[in-house]
Design a protein. Structure first.
Length: 494
């Protein structure tokens, strides 16, 4: 038994450092690749990944979260789950290959055939990492996981740039997509040194399979809801338009995706151990929720207000058509920043049925929005998407918190002060940019507005709003996590 007090500190810092490195690498990749490749290259890959990404939802079959969430897991259970993942991965790889001709006919683009076949290899590779990665997360070995993830991203980033410089075009993006899991699996197996046994029957994985199945169904519904617009744009507006929309979508989501991943992984692991301690569960969740939104809200407002500078600096002048899309997607990203952490709440409490019900309501809402906006192109889709998510925000909060230890008032209390602080800081940064920044070129102007808004926001939040004690407590609060048995999976519970 190890003391989770120290382990959570290391895990949280490691995850934060890993996601910071991932953020830098993803931004660097976006900046460099956007200058080496054309929008159509990104659009071609997006056509394939919008479809194959759906298959990817089944790779883990929800069994990674099931392993993390379960009170105890034996070596026999882990081994059986591993082989289930491998079987699923093999089926998905075959299905991906069989789907290639269909994708070609759907988009009227023959180049997509071999791209789809190449992407298929990733399903088996990813399947072989699911339980090894879950084991590290269950043990809160995020330091190790952080190093592996960062190394994998760095290697794939390098491979992609080299291929782009050598004139491989869109194949550079395929190379990046395949290199990441290939490097990840080698490092993961070398570090964990866990070799699965042969699968066995009657090892008590029924509950885990049900959990994973429900979670997978939830992911499927959510994926369709949040990615169908890319399929529709690619089909009816072409690769160029989809490439521009996809870059805008990815760029504005990079900060919040990394932030949610950094905090969410550690938080879910810890909350799953606090299901029977409502007071500590509530305290821990609210601190994590406050931390995420205190960063998400100002980042999203900054992106919406200074989208032209961000696109100009990060992607270059040939991507300026992405600016209105980038800005129109900002409300969607803000809503996701608010509601995504509520998913930790439901899953940690075992309320995956409610999570699935919510997904079944969200899906038709956003799909209807896509269809309304589609005749008006990518800006119409982005505007309709954000409008639908804004309308859904309050019902989502009420439904997620219903009869839990978290109330809607708790959520509102957490959100109000950082939101007001971010609005004031954004207004001040806009004035500075308007009267001083116009004299500067795009990069210095972007840095000036970022520093101005950042400093103003911190001063507003900590001192004007009186939140300095809260966020100091959040940093110290990482130390008050639950205890966890971290024995290795060699015939014992883990």
């Amino acid at each position: 038994m190890k003391d989770l007090k120290q382990k959570t500190i290391r895990s949280g810092l490691a995850k934060l450092c890993s996601q910071s490195a991932d953020f830098v690498l993803r931004i660097a990749s976006l900046v460099i690749m956007a200058r080496l490749l054309e929008p159509k290259d990104f659009g071609l890959i997006a056509m394939v990944t919008a479809v194959t990404g759906f298959y990817g939802l089944f790779t883990s079959a929800g069994l990674s979260a099931a392993t993390i969430q379960a009170p105890t897991v034996s070596n026999e259970q882990l081994s059986t789950l591993f082989w289930i993942n491998i079987a699923v991965g093999a089926v998905l790889a075959l299905l991906c290959v069989l789907t290639a001709p269909v994708i070609v006919r759907f988009y009227h683009e023959p180049r997509l055939f071999w791209v789809t076949v190449a992407v298929a290899a990733g399903f088996i590779i990813n399947a072989a990492t699911v339980q090894h990665s879950a084991l590290l997360q269950r043990q809160l070995r995020y330091v190790t996981l952080a190093v592996i993830e960062t190394l994998s991203q760095l290697v794939s980033f390098t491979v992609g740039i080299v291929m782009a410089l050598k004139g491989f075009g869109y194949w550079a993006l395929v190379g990046t997509a395949i290199t990441t899991p290939a490097c990840f699996i080698v490092c993961l197996w070398a570090v964990t040194q866990w070799i699965p046994d042969l699968p066995r029957r009657s090892v008590g994985i029924g509950a885990m399979l049900r959990f994973g199945g429900t979670l997978t169904l939830n992911s499927v519904v959510v994926y369709i809801a949040y990615n169908l617009e890319k399929v529709l744009l690619g089909r009816f507006w072409g690769a160029d338009v989809l490439g521009i929309y996809g870059r805008a979508y990815q760029l504005i989501n990079v900060p919040t995706d990394n932030l949610n991943s950094a905090v969410g992984g550690v938080t879910f692991s810890a909350l799953s151990r606090l299901q029977n301690d409502p007071a500590r569960f509530r305290s821990y969740f609210l601190k994590a929720y406050a931390l995420v939104n205190s960063l998400t809200l100002p980042i999203t407002l900054f992106s919406a207000l200074f989208g032209d500078l961000i696109i100009s600096v990060c992607l270059g002048p040939k991507w300026m058509a992405a600016v209105p899309i980038f800005r129109l997607l900002a409300p969607t990203v803000m809503v996701f920043g608010i509601i995504n952490p509520l998913g930790w709440l439901l899953l940690a409490l075992g309320l995956y049925g409610r999570s699935f019900q919510i997904a079944l309501v969200i899906a038709p809402l956003v799909i209807t929005a896509y269809l309304i906006g589609l005749p008006y192109g990518p800006t119409g889709v982005a505007m309709a998407y954000s409008s639908a998510m804004a309308l859904w925000l309050v019902p989502h909060i009420l439904w997620c918190t219903y009869r839990t230890v978290i109330s809607p008032r708790d959520v509102l209390s957490i959100l109000s002060k950082p939101l007001v602080s971010a609005l004031v800081a954004a207004a001040f940064a806009f004035l500075v940019q308007r009267y001083i920044g116009e004299l500067l070129s795009p990069l210095p102007r972007l840095l000036l507005t970022a520093v101005t808004m950042g400093v103003t926001y911190v001063l507003m939040l900590l001192f004007v709003m009186g939140q300095n004690a809260l966020y100091l407590d959040i940093l110290n609060g990482i130390r008050s996590s639950p205890r966890l048995d971290v024995t290795e999976a060699e015939g014992r519970s883990v």
